[in-house]
Each structure stands twice: as structure tokens, then as C-alpha cells.
Design a binder for this molecule. Structure first.
Ligand SMILES: Nc1ncnc2c1ncn2[C@@H]1O[C@H](COP(=O)(O)OP(=O)(O)OP(=O)(O)O)[C@@H](O)[C@H]1O
Ligand SMILES: [Mg+2]
Length: 253
């Protein structure tokens, strides 16, 4: 098995005529955390939304290039977007538990949609996913309360549990801690590091300290282009590109 789990070749994305992502080439290794940083509006969200075929859900969206998951292009004519999203899960910036739905039902919605009906199995999936998302202890006595009744930080971990319940080898996170207080953010960061043993994580963040702390690799985007990519330890201490240096030292963007 190659250690590259996801390979992106000349990926471009548009909103109608506007070219938001301008030809990205990147590789992601198994069991690594990969940060994407860059000024607001530079295409980070658009880029990761292309990695699990969510971008195409926007009217006027267009995409070119390849995203190879274990060597297979997720944009091949016979690739099924629903199947792709089983392998590449996503946690959004704003926690989005399904409203009027219990904590339990929120977590197991994926497995249920794909046909799991056995109550014991669903309970097992909910337990494991909530454990992994470090939320179990806080919700174990109220699994039948609505997901939206939880605090913001708990909702974010609930959404992570919902993603983990489908067991995708790759997890995309778009600013997962930007709405959280420092303690909840630290919990999600700890989680990311634990998840690395089993998953590959790609995370968009505006928090440089966070990227430097948790990410093995960091990519710096500006205006839809990849300016620099490398080990976080290099990017944050010894960037090669002047723009990267200006950005991480706060003189740019
Ligand atoms: N639905 C949309 N329709 C048209 N243009 C869009 C749409 N969503 C984003 N854009 C444009 O695409 C560009 C990239 O946006 P994107 O959301 O990917 O940036 P970002 O790097 O995630 O920014 P931020 O850090 O603020 O989240 C921006 O110029 C934005 O205005
Ligand atoms: Mg964004």
C-alpha cells in the first residue's frame, strides 16, 4: 500500500466564471494531519469542498483536474459522490447537528441511511463514535435529547462523532475550532492528534499556533494558488517564500 492516500492533480474550481482554485497539486500521506492556511477568500473552503465532491452542489460550480483516492479518481465518470463521501468525511466550521433530532440519531444517521437497522449495532456505533469524539461522558445520560440542545463546543464534537460513525479514512475539517472557546478548541485539537492513528486529517485553520501544534504538514494558499507546502516545522520556522514569511508573521493578508 502506498503511503499516499490522497493525491490532487491540477485541481481547479470555479463559481460561474470566477476561478477560485487555480491548479493545486498536493499529496497527503496516510495518518498525518495537514493544515491549510491563507488569507480570507483565498479558496481554502472551496478547495477542501472539492476533495469530497461537495463543491459541485453549488449552482454554477465547475471543477477540473483529478483527486485520486487510493489511486482512483473521485471525479471519474463512474465515481459515485455518495460513495466518495463515505470515504472522505467532513466537519464544517459551524456545528450543524440535524435539528429536531436526538443526539443518538444524529450520530448514527449515516450508518442508518446505508441500511444498518440492528439496534445493538447502532448503539455500539454511537458509543464508539462519541467516545472517539470525547463527548460520551458528557452526553451518555441524555442521548435522546436534541442535538441542538448541546453547547457549541459539544455540537462541534457531535458533528465529529457523526462523521466518525461512518468511519471515513480521510476527514476534512473547515475551521473546526473557530467558534469554540479555548478549552473546547484544545479538546478538538487533542482529538485531531488522537485521530491520526486511524485517519488522515486535512484541516483549514486561521490559527497559526494550532497549525504549528497539530499539523505534520502545512499548505499556504493565496488567491487560489498554493504558495508553499511542506513540513509544518519548516513552514513556521524557516519558510522559503517571502509571502509565507509575511503571512505567518502577520505582515500580510
Ligand atoms: N457560493 C459562492 N458563489 C460565488 N463565489 C463564491 C462562493 N463561495 C465562495 N466564493 C468566492 O470564492 C473565493 C474563495 O472562497 P472560499 O470560501 O473558498 O475562501 P476561504 O479561503 O475559505 O476564506 P475564509 O478564510 O474567509 O473562509 C472567494 O473570492 C469567494 O468570494
Ligand atoms: Mg473558508
Amino acid at each position: 500500500m502506498s503511503d499516499v492516500v490522497l493525491k490532487v492533480n491540477d485541481l481547479k474550481a470555479w463559481f460561474d466564471d470566477f476561478n477560485a482554485v487555480k491548479g493545486i497539486d498536493l499529496e497527503y500521506k496516510r495518518n498525518t494531519i495537514n493544515a491549510i492556511i491563507g488569507p480570507s477568500g483565498c479558496g481554502k473552503s472551496t478547495y477542501i469542498r472539492c476533495l469530497n465532491r461537495i463543491h459541485e452542489e453549488v449552482a454554477g460550480a465547475k471543477i477540473s483536474g483529478e483527486v485520486l483516492l487510493e489511486g482512483k479518481n473521485i471525479y471519474a465518470p463512474d465515481a459515485d459522490p455518495v460513495e466518495v463521501r463515505k470515504h472522505i468525511g467532513m466537519v464544517f466550521q459551524k456545528p450543524n447537528p440535524f435539528p429536531a433530532m436526538s443526539i443518538f440519531d444524529n450520530v448514527v444517521i449515516g450508518p442508518r441511511l446505508w441500511g444498518e437497522r440492528n439496534k445493538k449495532n447502532l448503539e455500539e456505533i454511537a458509543y464508539k463514535s462519541l467516545q472517539k469524539a470525547a463527548l460520551w461522558d458528557e452526553v451518555k445520560d441524555k442521548l435522546h435529547q436534541e442535538g441542538t440542545s448541546l453547547s457549541g463546543g459539544q455540537q462541534q464534537r457531535l458533528c465529529l462523532a457523526r462523521t466518525l460513525a461512518t468511519n471515513p479514512p480521510i476527514i476534512l475539517m473547515d475551521e473546526p475550532t473557530s467558534a469554540l472557546d479555548p478549552i473546547a478548541a484544545a479538546k478538538v485539537e487533542d482529538l485531531m492528534m488522537e485521530l491520526k492513528d486511524e485517519y488522515t486529517v486535512i484541516v483549514v485553520t486561521h490559527n497559526m499556533q494550532q497549525a504549528a501544534r497539530v499539523a505534520d504538514y502545512t499548505s499556504f494558499f493565496v488567491l487560489g494558488e498554493l504558495i508553499e507546502h511542506g513540513l509544518s516545522s519548516d513552514i513556521f520556522t524557516n519558510p522559503k517564500n517571502q509571502k509565507t514569511e509575511d503571512y505567518i508573521t502577520g505582515r500580510f493578508g
